[in-house]
Design a protein around this ligand. Structure first.
Ligand code: C2E
Ligand code: CA
Ligand code: CA
Ligand code: CA
Length: 275
């Protein structure tokens, strides 16, 4: 039994060492990635149901690693937050997204994700102003996406920051709505222009009456509070058909298009998403 125990420990240790080493390599690579221009933004359409057209795009960060290929943001953004690199990366994302969007038609918006550390420890309102001035993008065309957990972690600071952003004329959206722990009353105490209902709520709406009842209730809540309502993760025409009967303003998801490189934006706007 002793031998087995030791072997068990040894195995565990080796695995931990390997994980640590992999992490250190990724860490070192991530530090270099900013300087080496390994980041790229992809754009996923926001589809306006009422107007039946694409009304904007969400900027989604991609890391093209020199040897590992594409690393998912789910993997490297938490690491970038821990290392404090997210503030610099986030600044780059803001400026790049605004610069790209300045080249689109004037009625097309751009949505940018902001992480917790960027929200509080950077100087977000100032970074936003810089990005807008440098790019020449009209403030009303920029939307900042913030998750519920960001608000929960920074209750005190959140409100003044949100107001500062809104004072600059841009819009703020609550991202991944329904996945956090905030009480519903939070929704009315923060000046959000939009809620983005998390994709987990749309998955079963065609097959499951209860799932549909839940998403309907969330849509109604957002609508009653005067916010624009976006449903994320719409993958099929059947899902869209159900949402079209509700007070849902916009959808986003593979049914319209997955995130695409900047070069594909004109093609998406010209309507080839209808295939
Ligand atoms: P998110 O902000 O909720 O972005 C939506 C995610 O859902 C994207 O994953 C997108 O590719 C994916 N998605 C879109 N439509 C569908 C669909 O129909 N079905 C399914 N299953 N998924 C869909 P992605 O690009 O891997 O990004 C993951 C997360 O990484 C984002 O979630 C966001 O939290 C974070 N992220 C991405 N870019 C940035 C950034 O520039 N800054 C920060 N702070 N976070 C970012
Ligand atoms: Ca988002
Ligand atoms: Ca989301
Ligand atoms: Ca509405």
């Amino acid at each position: 039994a002793k031998t087995a125990g030791r072997r068990g420990e040894r195995f565990f240790t080796n695995e931990m060492e390997a994980q640590l080493e992999a992490r250190h390599t990724l860490e070192a690579d991530l530090r270099k990635a900013v300087a080496n221009h390994e980041f790229e933004l992809n754009y996923q359409p926001l589809f306006d149901i009422g107007a039946q057209r694409i009304c904007g795009f969400e900027a989604l960060l991609r890391w093209n690693h020199p040897t590992r290929g594409r690393v998912s943001p789910v993997e490297f953004i938490p690491l970038a937050e821990e290392l404090g690199l997210i503030v610099d990366i986030g600044r780059w994302v803001l400026l790049q997204a605004c610069t790209d969007a300045a080249g689109w038609p004037e009625d097309v918006k751009v949505a940018v994700n902001v992480s917790a550390i960027q929200f509080t420890h950077g100087n977000l309102p100032e970074d936003v102003s810089t990005a807008l001035t440098t790019s020449g993008l009209a403030p009303a065309r920029l939307e900042i996406e913030i998750t519920e957990s960001v608000l929960m972690e920074n209750r005190e600071e959140a409100l003044p920051i949100l107001h500062a952003l809104k004072q600059r004329g841009l819009r703020v959206a609550m991202d991944d709505f329904g996945t956090g722990y905030s009480s519903l009353s939070y929704l009315s105490s923060f000046p959000f222009d939009k809620i983005k209902i998390d994709k987990s709520f749309v998955t079963d709406i065609v097959e499951n009456r209860e799932a549909f009842a839940i998403i309907r209730a969330i849509i109604l809540l957002g609508d009653a509070l005067g916010m624009r309502v976006t449903v994320e993760g719409v993958e099929t025409g059947e899902q869209l058909a159900l949402l079209e009967q509700e007070a849902c303003d916009e959808i986003q998801g593979y049914h319209i298009s997955p995130p695409r490189p900047l070069a594909d934006v004109p093609k998406l706007l010209s309507g080839s998403w209808e295939t």
